[in-house]
Design a protein around this ligand. Structure first.
Ligand SMILES: [Zn+2]
Length: 205
């Protein structure tokens, strides 16, 4: 792609770094930004910079939060001893939308993926195990997508929790096979949380 403007080229280069945005789409978006009032582009840039510089992660569950403790962890009416392990905030949002879950979450920030160089230490597994050791947790629900990485991560955590008096369960299989949780419809996802099965049973399948 040949550009007559270095400024345009620079903006397209940056925009096309985003996932799923090819150079053509990047050019279309940049031209759109150029056409809209300056105040709107400034507002967009400011929202992104604010997000990046001011975002916090909940001290308990590691979810993205504007405060030290996220709204869910700070909510006294939630069941604190039940913890649902998820990959990221999208899973929290999907499960919250079902209104079927009253426990807390633990956001891992990814899945174990040796091919991409993601090991257990890059995720928040240690803090989950610490909470478990302190006796703060009675049940851990695995809600990672059923991919090889999801299964590996579940099993790694399951092994870490061995010997502790903690029930482990997993949301019913067949719900999100190969898909991300965020795409499961609310009713199905809600049902799979309510009808969760002991984790060990999922290993025998
Ligand atoms: Zn939290």
């Amino acid at each position: 792609m040949e550009f007559s403007s270095k400024l345009l080229e620079g903006a397209v280069n940056e925009m096309s770094q985003l996932p799923g945005i090819g150079r053509r789409t990047a050019l279309r978006l940049v031209l759109h930004l150029l056409k809209q009032p300056e105040s709107q582009t400034v507002a967009l840039s400011k929202a992104l910079v604010d997000l990046k510089t001011e975002v916090k992660f909940c001290a308990n569950c590691h979810n993205i939060s504007d405060t030290e403790l996220c709204e869910i962890c700070a909510n006294k009416s939630r069941q604190r001893e039940v913890v649902c392990v998820v990959e990221d905030i999208r899973d929290v949002m999907a499960i919250e939308n079902t209104s079927q879950y009253r426990g807390l979450y633990h956001v891992l920030g990814g899945k174990i993926n040796p091919m991409e160089g993601v090991g257990p230490s890059q995720l928040t597994i240690k803090s989950l195990v610490e909470k478990a050791r302190k006796g703060e947790i009675k049940e851990v629900i695995f809600a990672l997508s059923s991919t090889l990485e999801g299964d590996t991560t579940n099993f790694y955590i399951f092994k870490q929790l061995e010997g502790l008096e903690i029930q482990t369960s997993t949301i019913a299989r067949g719900i999100s096979v190969g898909d991300e949780l965020e795409y499961a419809d609310e009713v199905t996802l809600g049902r799979s949380i309510t009808n969760r099965i002991p984790f060990e049973n999922s290993l025998k399948q």
